[in-house]
Design a binder for this molecule. Structure first.
Ligand SMILES: Cc1cc2nc3c(=O)[nH]c(=O)nc-3n(C[C@H](O)[C@H](O)[C@H](O)COP(=O)(O)O)c2cc1C
Length: 382
């Protein structure tokens, strides 16, 4: 299963094509829209979320609520485009040229992208670099999520830190589901302090980063492989999570914490019971050993830097005049950490659905589930 997205932040729409989804999977716009709505929630989002009310329109690959095995094309309209028609017109326009965006914002793709693509207007870069693209990824991830649900694999997330205020991760998917979507932290006192910190940062024209923990339960052992670097599940998870804009570090399981421990403390001893099979009592590894899922819960933590667009802008240089100037402003969020948790769920679903299909194969949902059942039996009887 693979996917491609297209679309600029203020263009007419985002589009996404998901290819390789088995036939016979029930999929509705309603299910995808629930996930899109979750991405828009969360303390610290800006005015854009009040303008947009993301809805996916399924254009192909689904008939009467079931996938056909053919490419699934989806469209998410940008409502805000109505305010940007002249600036974002795809054809030549009669109107006067807009003010160019010539003062790149530190921390964004603005300057590196303008140099690379030889563009004199940073808008040619920032429109696609914007995290608006993650709405298309959440739509694609919803298809994977549906498939995983059928396979008994469930995904959840929690926010574990914002602006230095920490909260323990949700320990199970069902515990994560009960959290407040405005600030899905397990510690309500931490969540309250975070809301205050967001208000204070907004008042200072500043922004906050943080961390999210994403879990997947019900994973069979054996996804990914140790045999080659690009088949390792941990490598694939890293690529997926690092592709979320503003993610600067990714941990599997206990992550950096184990680097300071002794070897005897930092592994997960193996146990066996007749009905239960092999199991662990700890999960330092986060569900992956040697690049292969080991059957325990997959636990990924991603760390996000504070958002780069500041209402009190940093020093920059005008790419036209080469004179020092304050970075140009663009409407912006103060904190996007709760949204990143939902995006983290989507990328985990995309990664795991691909790995699952690679392991068991199948052109129809029935075939996938039969193959998975056979494989689970093989593991049980091992
Ligand atoms: C959900 C989400 C929303 C974001 N919104 C903004 C925003 O409003 N303003 C901003 O400056 N950065 C925002 N970002 C982060 C930028 O997209 C990102 O920092 C930028 O594209 C540069 O990429 P990099 O930080 O990965 O290097 C957001 C990120 C996410 C995940």
């Amino acid at each position: 299963m693979r996917f491609l997205t297209a679309g600029e932040s203020h263009g007419p729409s985002l589009s996404v094509i998901v290819e390789g989804c088995p036939a016979g999977l029930s999929l509705t716009e309603g299910f995808i829209n629930e996930q899109l709505a979750r991405r828009q929630l969360g303390a610290g989002r800006g005015a854009r979320q009040r303008i947009e009310q993301d809805r996916a329109q399924i254009l192909s690959g689904v008939r009467r609520g079931e996938t056909l095995g053919s490419p699934i094309a989806m469209l998410v309209t940008n409502r805000d485009h109505a305010n940007w028609q002249e600036t974002m017109a795809t054809g030549e326009t009669q109107g006067a040229a807009d003010r160019l965006f010539t003062i790149p914002r530190p921390g964004h793709a603005d300057l590196a992208g303008a140099l690379k693509y030889d563009r004199r207007d940073c808008r040619d870069i920032l429109e696609r670099a914007s995290a608006r693209e993650t709405a298309a990824r959440v739509a694609a991830g919803s298809v994977s999520r549906r498939l995983l649900e059928e396979a008994g694999i469930h995904i959840g997330s929690s926010v574990t830190g914002v602006g230095g205020i920490q909260s323990p991760p949700g320990e199970t998917v069902s515990a994560c589901r009960g959290l407040d979507p405005e600030m899905p932290m397990t510690d309500p006192e931490a969540a309250r302090r975070v809301q205050e910190a967001i208000r204070a940062a907004a008042a200072d024209g500043d922004t906050l980063g943080g961390s999210v923990c994403v879990l997947a339960e019900g994973i069979p052992p054996g996804l990914g492989s140790h045999v080659h670097w690009d088949r390792r599940l941990d490598a694939k998870l890293g690529a997926h999570f690092f592709s979320i804009p503003s993610v600067k570090a990714v941990e599997l399981g206990a992550g950096v914490r184990v680097s300071g421990l002794r070897g005897a403390e930092a592994q997960d001893p193996v146990h066996y019971e007749v009905r239960r099979g092999f199991y662990r009592e700890s999960n330092w590894a986060g569900g992956v050993e040697g690049g292969i899922s080991n059957g325990e819960v997959i636990v990924v933590t991603a760390y996000l830097k504070p958002l780069s667009t500041l209402m009190k802008p940093l020093d920059s240089v005008d790419i036209g005049t080469k004179r020092a100037a304050k970075a140009q402003k663009e409407r912006s969020d103060v904190c996007a950490v709760p949204a990143a948790a939902v995006i983290g769920e989507a990328v985990l679903a995309l990664c795991l659905a691909e790995a699952l299909l690679e392991k068991v194969g199948g052109d129809s949902l029935g075939e996938v589930l039969r193959n998975l059942e056979q494989y689970r039996l093989q593991v049980e009887r091992f």
